[in-house]
Design a protein around this ligand. Structure first.
Ligand code: FUB
Length: 370
């Protein structure tokens, strides 16, 4: 065989090998797609905003007196430009909404609290929550104080729809954002809270408010959400806030660089058969994920994704049982056609597997917007 024929044979050989490799690669990719889908079992849902007259976000849903009550943030366009600290979320008041049936007609109970009525608060009325005890209703809300530090306040009402009368000062030892108050089966109430970036949790790592943002490096434990037991009076903490440990499946702390799983903001807790489910937003990876524990203080072990990213930057939710079914309340920016700071509350049914795990939901509506 001369040199030229030898090269031709080698070239044909190489082409055949590369075709075989490509075919095998395609097969492997097909396979891994299939196994990923099987593992995640993502359910795609179509949803409509519950409120279209106003923009609403960060829905905290509760069942009071056989109705679903929703305590959301009230988004509006204040003209403040968007930045990484969320200054464009410049909300000033809260409305309460209710529904007699899941997905039924929504009643707007109007403004129940305004920033001008809160002595200590100056701006940014962010994600609230509510709780009931002995026939009184408590609205917990974060806002910035006169030093531009996020604190958590409380306002009290005789009915779930308010109006709420604010306490003169914020809750002592409270800081950061996104309070979620959970009533345990033994009658104790706990507040879960915190949020990094604009939520300022990173400033409290040393125990007092730092002048500048400082984040742990990627290879160390991520900043953890906080918990504090509420006093019997429901308007103060009965203990110093504690950190909640978040672990991976091997019992190691979730790390700062693990943006797909580490805590960012929007904590929520529900309990089923002795298991506490702590769900939260991963912020810059835009997911709602969850972790479980047999203790309200944790440690909680990461389990998986509840809600894939929605249209808009933030993802914030609540989970509530109503008439035997579980529902996920969340928001997206579909009504405003993608405006980050103009969001709308939605709901969909949540499905649990027999082993207690939660089926992942994909409620993205990106395609219909473009
Ligand atoms: O709505 C303002 C902030 O955006 C909330 O407090 C966060 O959870 C995020 O949804």
């Amino acid at each position: 065989m001369n040199k030229r024929s030898l090269y031709s044979v080698m070239l044909i050989g190489l082409i055949l090998m590369s075709c075989k490799n490509e075919a095998e690669k395609d097969k492997t990719e097909e396979k891994s797609d299939v196994s990923e889908t099987a593992q995640n079992d993502v359910r795609k849902v179509e949803t409509e905003p519950l409120v279209t007259k106003d923009f609403t976000a960060d829905p905290s849903a509760h069942v009071f007196n056989d109705k679903i009550y929703i305590y959301p943030s009230h988004d509006f366009d204040s003209g403040v430009p968007e930045d990484d600290l969320g200054n464009h979320f410049n909300m000033r008041d809260y409305h309460v909404y209710s529904m007699d049936s899941a997905g039924g007609e929504v009643t707007d109970h109007g403004v129940v609290l305004d920033v001008d009525d809160v002595e200590w608060a100056t701006r940014q009325m962010w994600a609230p929550d509510a709780a009931e005890k002995d026939g009184k209703y408590y609205l917990y809300f974060p806002a910035k104080d006169e030093n531009d530090i996020f604190r958590i306040g409380v306002a009290v009402a005789n009915t779930p729809e308010g109006p709420f009368t604010p306490m003169p000062d914020y809750i002592e030892n409270s800081y950061s954002i996104d309070p979620a108050v959970f009533e345990d089966t033994d009658g104790e109430y706990y507040m879960y809270f915190g949020g990094i970036w604009g939520g300022q949790l990173q400033r409290w790592e040393t125990g007092s408010f730092a002048d500048a943002d400082k984040y742990p490096v990627d290879s160390v434990k991520a900043i953890e959400p906080r918990i504090a037991k509420l006093d019997k009076n429901m308007v103060s903490f009965s203990e110093e806030p504690k950190r909640i440990q978040l672990l991976d499946e091997e019992g190691n702390d979730l790390l700062t660089g693990d943006n797909d799983r580490r805590f960012f903001e929007a904590a929520w807790v529900h309990k089923i058969d002795g298991t506490y489910y702590l769900s939260y937003s991963t912020g810059d990876t835009h997911k709602i994920v969850y972790a479980t524990s047999d203790n309200p203080y944790g440690p909680f072990t990461y389990q998986g994704v509840i809600l894939e990213p929605v249209l808009g930057w933030t993802n914030h939710h609540s989970i509530v049982q109503f008439k035997g079914k579980w529902y996920l309340f969340f928001h997206d920016s579909s009504l405003s056609k993608g405006k980050t700071f103009l969001r709308s509350v939605k709901m969909t049914e949540l499905t649990f597997n027999e082993d207690g795990s939660i089926q992942t939901i994909n409620a993205a509506v990106q395609d219909s917007i473009n």
